[in-house]
Design a protein around this ligand. Structure first.
Ligand code: ATP
Ligand code: MG
Length: 477
């Protein structure tokens, strides 16, 4: 029975603001993921994976009741009642710092001393979708838990810089600031509210709403009409005590030592309540209004707020989609690729083809086996079209002739015009097929390469397969 009325059609589309990641984009995502893991490893950070769903209270307590995230942006819901009739308040995580700190407390990670941790995964915020802003987005983040000094702040900034450099992301600028300690901020807050109240007629609706709940965030406004007002507002800088100043100077000195350029932006604040002292952002001009690709800073109060033994901490979160958009603008899309595409005709050849494919995969080759569609297996000609489009270096062709002769036909495909070791179309005995393909793929002109008695055939094939030139740019070692 057909259900294709308008409503059910609409229901089958992705949720607004939540995007599919299609295969054409996968190489770019993988490139980021591998570079992020490598950067984290280079600084001794270890991965942590926390659940996507947490108790809503974790975020309202951790991030702060009056923040944008908790006030408007959380996907929070009441779960179905459990056996005792109790309904839990749950939320999709809008960020991961609170989750990572919860996990560190819950599993006593800090008992073993400070922890360097990283995470990568989807976050959820119900904000208005626009360029650079979606409702499901991904963050790579690091958290340095148990570190108090400006060295840790500088380290997390350098880690981000190293990742951007590895990826070839250019034209980022670094802004830093100190928002001091809570007591210093409280004094600044009084002065700020007084100043903003005196200028209330110049405030937009957002700012009016935040005036008493989160006035610091007003400094962060993107409204051009309010720039002059916030520029002249009382600066947190003027309320910092000696220790806070010294901490900021310590971070600045280390960034300078490392040759990292930065600007101190006295208006830089962060949207989450738990920050203190250092805050920073990496910003690009190439993405329009949503130019912040990385936000971070120190959040010493958070561990205690979430019930742990007080412990200093700092970290950052990088918005992956924004980085990928920068990379996409620079890079040609990666073509599909594999080593071998197997085409075949007839039941005996079809069964042989699967065995050959498995054998080639066992020695490490990437193999696509042509499989039947709704219209059947297709002619040799249509199969060869698929082979060409697959990006494979070679087609292996199996028909009745080949089956009868225990042979395969190998045909180099004109992918990217690369020389396949001078190999032309040829018939090859099945038991020589693997060696022939690996030789051709490796471009091996050493005739003794497979005759080293010290190693078994299996080992040689494995070694040869591992030395194959890989196709994706992120796979070079
Ligand atoms: P903004 O002022 O842009 O709303 P934020 O302070 O809410 O930023 P953070 O919570 O610090 O952002 O998140 C860190 C990074 O994650 C941001 O700098 C951005 O790159 C990315 N990010 C945040 N929200 C989104 C979103 N809705 N869509 C895509 N990326 C996002
Ligand atoms: Mg936001």
């Amino acid at each position: 029975m057909s259900q294709s009325n308008d409503r059910s059609q609409a229901a089958l589309r992705a949720v607004k603001g939540m995007n599919d990641m299609l295969p054409a984009d996968a190489p770019l995502w993988e490139r980021f993921e591998e570079a992020a893991a490598a950067a984290a490893r280079a600084y001794g950070y270890r991965r942590i994976r926390t659940p996507i769903v947490e108790h809503t209270a974790l975020f309202s307590r951790g991030i702060g009741q009056v923040t944008d995230i908790v006030e408007h942006e959380m996907y929070a819901f009441e779960d179905k009642a459990g056996k005792d009739g109790h309904r839990e308040h749950l939320a999709l995580r809008p960020e991961s710092t609170a989750s990572v700190v919860r996990a560190a407390i819950e599993h006593n990670l800090l008992y073993d001393g400070p922890q360097r941790l990283w995470y990568l995964g989807p976050m959820f915020r119900r904000e208005r979708p626009q360029r650079g802003r979606t409702r499901q987005f991904h963050q790579f983040g690091i958290e340095a838990l148990g570190y108090a000094g400006p060295d840790a702040d500088a380290e997390v900034i350098l880690l981000a810089k190293r990742l951007f450099d590895d990826l070839g992301v250019e034209d980022l600028r670094l802004e830093i600031n100190s928002i001091g300690q809570p007591a210093e901020r409280a004094l600044h807050r009084v002065a700020l509210i007084e100043y903003l109240e005196a200028n209330e007629q110049l405030l937009d609706d957002d700012a009016k709403r935040r005036l008493h709940s989160n006035p610091l965030r007003i400094l962060d406004t993107k409204n051009p009409g309010m720039q002059a007002l916030v520029d002249a507002a009382p600066r947190i800088e003027d309320f910092l005590g000696d220790e806070s100043r010294a901490h900021l100077e310590g971070v600045k000195a280390r960034l300078t030592d490392a040759g990292v350029a930065f600007q101190v932006n006295p208006r830089l604040v962060r949207g989450l309540d738990y920050y203190n002292l250092t805050v920073f952002e990496w910003i690009t001009e190439s993405l329009g209004a949503q130019g912040t690709v990385c936000g971070g800073g120190r959040y010493d109060p958070l561990v205690a707020v979430l019930g742990g033994k007080p412990s200093p901490a700092c970290g950052f979160a990088i918005g992956m989609e924004r980085i990928l958009e920068l990379l996409r603008a620079k890079q040609p899309p990666v073509e599909p690729s594999c080593d071998v595409y197997i085409v075949h005709q007839g039941e005996p050849a079809s069964r042989l083809a699967m065995r050959v494919a498995e054998g080639l995969r066992t020695v490490g080759l990437d193999v696509i086996l042509h499989c039947a569609g709704p219209g059947g297996i297709g002619s040799f000609k249509s199969q060869m079209k698929r082979a060409d489009a697959s990006g494979a270096a070679f087609a292996v062709i199996l028909g009745d002739d080949e089956v009868a002769a225990n042979e395969a036909t190998v045909k180099p495909l004109a992918r990217d015009g690369a020389d396949r070791g001078g190999v032309g179309q040829q018939r090859v005995a099945l038991d020589a097929l693997t060696v022939m393909l690996i030789d051709a793929l490796v471009g091996n002109d050493d005739p003794d390469a497979f005759d080293d008695d010290a190693r078994s055939d299996e080992e040689e094939l494995q070694a040869a397969a591992e030395s194959l030139p890989r196709k994706l740019p992120h796979e070079h070692h």
